[in-house]
Design a protein around this ligand. Structure first.
Ligand SMILES: *[C@@H]1O[C@H](CO)[C@@H](O)[C@H](O)[C@H]1NC(C)=O
Ligand SMILES: *[C@@H]1O[C@H](CO)[C@@H](O)[C@H](O)[C@H]1NC(C)=O
Ligand SMILES: *[C@@H]1O[C@H](CO)[C@@H](O)[C@H](O)[C@H]1NC(C)=O
Ligand SMILES: *[C@@H]1O[C@H](CO)[C@@H](O)[C@H](O)[C@H]1NC(C)=O
Ligand SMILES: *[C@@H]1O[C@H](CO)[C@@H](O)[C@H](O)[C@H]1NC(C)=O
Length: 388
């Protein structure tokens, strides 16, 4: 509270301007979610358009339901390849078929033997890396453009300015932005609300002549860690933002349940970011795993964080210049134990680091659900979001 007051005093103009902007965006979100008419154009599925994702999967159907619906709505996800680990006791096939059936996302399932050489199957990270490269190659072969490699506990949002942003003091509204850094910071003032009418894919198209899209085929995203401390809805300033359609509970979804996080921009442990990659601009030989081509471009040591040389230098993204950020949610300890994950002890260590994180509530990832249900219609939303 103290530091917020302090900021308001120093930067009163900036904050009230942003607040105004965000109120307008929120208003347009509410309008859009009450008018079903906008859904049709947005959801029309054409093979070439929309975002793509490579997702590695191990016994994670509970989270998969929310993950796909969220990214369908927020990114405009239209093409998804899921690599099922050979230690996974469950299959995501039923959930993926829902999206195929409704014609909203083309989904594909691969398994470990499809993509990992027999002598490389030891180690979850090995299997994931082999899947990632095979998937990126396939995305390029089928002429996709922007692809992201994130996990089922990660949710992409626009990195809009809000409480605790370390960049707020740097932001000014002078007419001239000179450096790349200035331009990127200013690009963040044009960001729409996450889950509203403008998807990540359409935002990138609108901005295709601007930084970073015009010059970068790999764009880094800062990862913001969330904890397990809950914020009672009644304590939120804008309780009505989270009023969900009948039958939906905020506690059923990571994105509408957990809002408290690590300080923005802070990074002492586990700071690696994630990336979005335009495979149409990456040469084929940069998409080959180093097990096959040790002298090639790929940098498997950075695995899913930084797979191609075009991502060089972006392993730990700068918060100030990240157009997107990735909300990284913590699983409850019961779920971690029940899933019997191979690297369980490192999960446990992270669990203890992060479970108590405390902050002002960050609601950016929470607005999508209402507008998703309005867009696809209540009946289809119930089908797509039904428990596995
Ligand atoms: C979705 O449809 C495509 C094209 O018909 C098919 O190849 C794919 O296997 C289907 N995916 C699932 C999960 O059934
Ligand atoms: C993996 O997929 C291949 C086809 O792509 C199939 O022949 C094989 O049976 C699958 N293996 C497992 C373990 O499901
Ligand atoms: C991708 O685009 C190329 C060039 O336009 C075309 O020849 C090829 O058939 C396309 N591939 C797929 C899978 O659509
Ligand atoms: C802030 O103002 C200065 C001088 O007017 C300008 O050079 C700089 O680019 C501005 N920074 C941002 C982030 O707009
Ligand atoms: C990444 O950049 C550094 C510094 O510019 C360079 O030394 C290194 O070779 C680059 N790595 C790759 C894989 O391109």
């Amino acid at each position: 509270m103290m530091s917020r007051r302090h900021l308001i005093r120093i930067c009163f103009f900036a904050i009230s301007w942003l607040a105004f902007l965000q109120t307008m965006q929120r208003r347009s979100l509410l309008l859009s979610s009450s008018s079903l008419g906008t859904g049709a154009a947005k959801n029309s599925n054409t093979e070439k358009e929309g975002f793509s994702a490579c997702l590695f999967f191990k016994d994670d159907n509970e989270r998969l339901v929310e993950w796909i619906a969220y990214h369908f709505h927020v990114l405009d996800l239209r093409y998804l390849v899921v690599g099922v680990d050979y230690n996974s006791a469950t299959s995501p096939a039923d959930i993926l078929r829902r999206w195929n059936q409704t014609g909203r996302i083309q989904t594909y399932i691969w398994n470990t033997s499809d993509v990992t050489p027999v002598d490389k199957v030891d180690g979850l990270n090995n299997r994931q890396n082999h899947f990632d490269f095979a998937c990126l190659q396939e995305m390029k072969r089928v002429n996709r453009s922007w692809v992201t490699i994130i996990d089922t506990d990660e949710y992409i949002t626009f990195n809009r300015f809000s409480h605790g942003d370390p960049t707020l003091l740097e932001l000014n509204f002078s007419q001239y932005a000179t450096t790349t850094r200035d331009n990127l910071i200013r690009a963040r003032t044009r960001l729409p609300i996450t889950g509203g009418d403008t998807t990540a894919y359409s935002f990138i198209q609108q901005e295709s002549d601007n930084l970073p899209w015009a010059y970068q085929s790999c764009v880094p995203m800062f990862r913001l860690q969330f904890g397990l401390r809950e914020t009672p809805i009644s304590q939120l300033e804008r309780e009505d933002d989270l009023s969900l359609p009948a039958g939906y509970k905020t506690t059923d979804y990571y994105t509408t349940r957990y809002f408290q996080h690590r300080p923005k921009g802070s990074c002492n442990k586990n700071c690696k970011g994630k990336t979005m990659i335009d495979v149409s601009r990456i040469p084929d030989d940069h998409l080959i795993h180093s097990d096959y081509n040790p002298h090639g471009g790929a940098t498997t040591s950075c695995g899913p964080h930084n797979p191609v040389p075009e991502c060089n230098g972006t392993l730990v993204p700068d918060y100030a210049t990240s157009i997107f950020r990735v909300h990284h949610y913590l699983e409850s300890v019961d779920t971690v134990m029940s899933r019997n994950i191979q690297h369980g002890s490192s999960k446990m260590k992270k669990f203890n680091w992060y479970k108590g994180l405390q902050s002002e509530p960050e609601l950016e990832a929470s607005y999508w659900l209402k507008s998703f249900v309005a867009n696809v219609g209540e009946q289809e939303a119930r089908f797509l979001l039904s428990k596995p």
